[in-house]
Design a protein around this ligand. Structure first.
Ligand code: IPM
Ligand code: MN
Length: 370
């Protein structure tokens, strides 16, 4: 179907292509059953791109990503490329897309489905009904700060350097996203840094507080050190609603949040840029999990994080909340029916492959849309 909604699919490496395969089928379902069509293109990224072009992401792909309404990204990396020079490692492809597209706001919702309560590593009462949003700053901080590198300072002695840098405008633009999200949720924000040891953390705290006082006086803000936040996330996760933090702390804390939900295979994410005058924003959607080379190509991967990432694209890039809800409801029903990939397997449940999980979701979607 011809469509004005453009999607660029970048499956990447490892389990990326397998989980993206299920997205293709769901896209096809929306076209047939909901008359929601997409103009879909596919490209190479990560090690797959390196093998063909000698670079983890080609310029043409970056251009296409900038022109697409949304990019769906699988996963990158694997042992095959571990010894490559840093500048061409698969991960650089993803980092370049984030940076060139200026996707500063990374939304990582951690939601516990009732059917999966027992696969969480925490006690059921601590996670039942859990719904928190980790908002990770994605284009600044130590991931991109200069100076960086490794230098030889004398025979056998090297110095490795990375730099944590934030400007007030970088803190404020992600802060605004946090407060806006909070307004539509439970209505409070935790801002997380290490103000006790890092000057940039002290500045982050002051700038967040000032922004809140100036523009969002109705939203309570709590400041928390990152080590304490890690502990609180496993002690009493339901105390959080929106947790906004720096690039590196967000990377770590979102993996913790993911495990609360039962498996890293369940967590989607959205990376958003600033809205232009017409309200359009660049966006990339990806599962929080990686390329899982140990199980790649075996049909064992859980496609749910990827499918929920597509649901986030429907909601945030195409304003199709109802359709996003359909996918989320379909996933919940599939889990309620007892179907499980390996990562979320429990006693008495029925094991399914990546494809089997996709089949089950399509059947639930048929029922929900009937
Ligand atoms: C993530 C990943 C990436 C990151 C890697 C693959 C570069 O861990 O999206 O959380 O560290 O940001
Ligand atoms: Mn990570």
């Amino acid at each position: 179907m011809a469509s004005n909604k453009s999607l660029l699919l970048l499956p990447g490496d490892g389990i990326g292509p397998e989980v993206m395969g299920e997205v293709y089928r769901v896209i096809d379902w929306f076209d047939r059953r909901r008359a929601v069509g997409f103009d879909v293109k596919e490209g190479l990224v990560g090690g797959a791109s390196y093998d063909k072009y000698g670079t983890p992401v080609a310029d043409e792909i970056v251009d296409q990503a900038m022109q697409s309404d949304a990019v769906l990204f699988g996963a990158v990396g694997g042992p095959k490329w571990d010894n490559l020079d840093f500048s061409v490692k698969p991960e650089r492809g993803l980092l370049r897309l984030r940076k060139d597209m200026d996707l500063f706001a990374n939304l990582r919702p951690a939601i516990v489905f009732d059917g999966l309560i027992d696969t969480s590593s925490l006690k059921p009462e601590l996670v039942r009904g859990l719904d928190i949003m980790i908002l990770r700053e994605l284009t600044g901080g130590i991931y991109f700060g200069e100076p960086r590198g490794v230098e030889e300072i004398s025979e056998g002695e090297r110095r490795g350097i990375n730099t944590e840098v934030y400007t007030t405008s970088e803190v404020e633009r992600v802060g605004r996203v946090a407060f806006e999200l909070a307004k539509k949720r439970k209505g409070f924000v935790h801002s997380v840094e290490k103000a006790n040891v890092m000057e940039s953390g002290q500045m982050w705290r002051e700038d967040m507080q000032a922004l809140r006082d100036r523009e969002f006086p109705e939203i309570p803000i709590h400041h928390m050190y990152a080590d304490n936040a890690a502990m609180q996330l496993v002690r009493q996760p339901k105390q959080f609603d929106v947790l906004v933090t720096t690039n590196l702390f967000g990377d770590i804390l979102s993996d913790i949040a993911a495990m609360l939900t039962g498996s890293l295979g369940m967590l989607p994410s959205a990376s958003l840029g600033a809205a232009d005058a017409t309200g359009r924003r660049l966006a990339l959607y990806e599962p929080v999990h990686g390329s899982a080379p140990d199980i790649a190509g075996q049909g064992k991967a859980n496609p749910i994080a990827m499918l929920l990432s597509f649901a986030m694209a429907l909601r945030y890039s195409f304003d199709l909340s109802e359709d996003a809800n359909l996918i989320e409801a379909g996933v919940a029903k599939t889990l309620d029916a007892g179907l499980r990939t390996d990562d979320i397997m429990q006693n008495g449940m029925a094991g399914v492959s990546t494809r089997g999980m996709g089949d089950a979701l399509l059947q639930e979607l048929d029922k929900l849309a009937a």
